[in-house]
Design a binder for this molecule. Structure first.
Ligand code: C2O
Ligand code: CU
Length: 463
């Protein structure tokens, strides 16, 4: 819709258009899709898989033949993928080979406050920290990324993010495409200079005109003529994507942030704000071998930001996968005990982004919430000072999206969510309950340049 066009970031859409400049480009669709390496556990016990990674500087080939300096988990850009099993614990030992603090957050994970990458518990240079992830939650596409105080935007931009997938043997029984037909598509934008090096500047979204898929520009992907599960992840700092297939083909949305939707929903496009995920099934068996289909971003301003990647349809292969009519569950939260307002805004006097009129202070508790209590949050993006879109991400739990300005949620928003878009001037109502751990959890805008500039707060969960 019209509101959707004004998406990318800090200013209004019209001023944006003028400010856009093209980034250095490689020829489109000349390199195959890269798949992030899957990390192997260093040790397994009856209950737990142990992993180790170091945060360090590394080089990667974003553009062919050009070495780009990045900051990377285990030297990989994006970071290595962890595939966890529901009900089996994962412990990740993160060591820090940088000369600054880091703090790793498992986005979408139900973990204790001490394992959540809260900026109050950083890992100092030369140190290490064990993060324990119980995986006692539905199978889902999660991701991990840096969350160190005031620096998360820059560190994620420079490369500190990776995928974390929880698999569930129960889910395998559904017959969805799996194995080689279950493919991560992690999209993000970046600003590269003429030498192919990362340019970091806070709020600089209009110059982030190179789009990466799994760390490379505009790849092609040779698919068999059959169904695939694509795990779409928006790993951008600020960019919103509105994704569709260039041939107008169907996307069957099966999952969102928190796992499978109650039922599949067939759509023509999926819109993802920064940090959001959607799992879609695409049946390439519906197309002739030789068909080329571009994954298209309607919010792109030129070919490099519109044409994300290309699917090249090959020969048919046997496909016994299916998308059943019933998939996962809603949270089914009871009636709310409490309703609260959360207002996202800009303070022109201090140049800070605010939650409820205040910029983040990690020593301040902004709200206290009783464990087990169901709440409705009316989250409003106040456009009085700067009419820009935001989103809201909650740590430590999932929520239901009730409505957006009174209208029903989008298809990919019909399951458990942890991040939801809040367009300029609009109000999204979510229903939430924290029912596990006591302690402090962040909630913030996941346009990371905003959160790093104050648009973050914390809730203390109390007994
Ligand atoms: Cu993905 Cu608090 O963040
Ligand atoms: Cu924001």
């Amino acid at each position: 819709g019209a509101a959707g066009i004004a998406v990318p970031g800090v200013l209004g859409a019209r001023s944006l258009r003028r400010a856009f400049a093209a980034g250095p480009a490689a020829p489109a669709f000349t390199r195959p899709l890269a798949l992030p390496r899957v990390l192997r556990p260093v040790r397994r016990t009856m209950t737990t898989d142990y992993y180790e990674m170091a945060v360090r500087e590394a080089e990667t080939e974003i553009l062919p033949g050009v070495k780009t300096r990045v900051v990377a988990y285990d030297g990989s850009f994006p970071g290595p993928t962890i595939r966890a099993l529901k009900g089996r614990r994962v412990v990740v030992r993160q060591s820090n080979d940088l000369d600054m603090d880091v703090s790793t957050h498992l986005h979408g994970g139900h973990v204790s406050p001490g394992d959540d990458g809260h900026p109050a518990f950083p890992v100092a240079p030369g140190d290490a920290r064990d993060y324990t992830y119980p995986n006692a939650q539905p199978a889902a596409t999660l991701w991990y990324h840096d969350h160190v105080h005031h620096m998360e935007a820059e560190m994620v931009f420079r490369g500190l993010s990776g995928l974390y997938v929880i698999d569930d043997p129960m889910e395998w029984a559904l017959g969805l495409p799996n194995g080689a037909y279950d493919v991560p598509i992690v999209m993000r934008d970046i600003h590269l200079d003429d030498a192919g090096q990362i340019v970091w500047e806070m709020g600089d979204f209009q110059n982030r005109n190179t789009i990466l898929v799994n760390g490379r520009t505009q790849p092609y992907f040779e698919v068999a003529a059959r169904k695939y599960r694509l795990r779409l992840v928006n790993g951008s700092n600020m960019r919103f994507f509105n994704l569709s297939l260039s041939n107008g083909g169907d996307l069957t949305v099966i999952g969102g942030d928190g796992g499978l939707l109650p039922a599949p929903q067939t759509v023509k496009s999926v819109q993802l704000s920064a940090g959001e995920r959607a799992d879609v099934v695409v049946d390439f068996g519906a197309y002739e071998p030789g068909t080329r289909i571009v994954l298209t971003n309607a919010f792109g301003t030129d070919a490099a930001t519109r044409e994300i990647m290309r699917f090249d349809v090959g020969s048919p292969v046997r496909d016994r996968s299916r998308v059943p009519d019933r998939l996962g569950r809603t949270l089914a939260l009871p009636d709310a005990d409490v309703t609260r307002d959360v207002v996202m805004d800009f303070n022109p006097a201090t140049n800070e982004w605010t939650m409820d009129g205040r910029a983040f202070d990690m020593n301040r508790v902004d709200i206290k919430i009783k464990r087990g209590q169901t709440e409705i949050w009316r989250v409003k993006s106040d456009s009085t000072h700067l009419p820009v879109p935001h989103n809201i991400h909650l740590h430590g739990t999932h929520f239901e999206v009730l409505d957006r300005d009174g209208r029903p949620p989008a298809p990919h928003e019909t399951g458990p969510k942890d991040t939801v878009a809040v367009m300029a001037g609009s109000t999204v109502r979510i229903k939430v309950r924290y029912d596990r751990y006591l302690g402090r959890y962040l909630y913030h805008c996941h346009l990371l340049d905003h959160s790093a500039m104050g648009m973050m707060a914390q809730a203390e969960i109390v007994a």
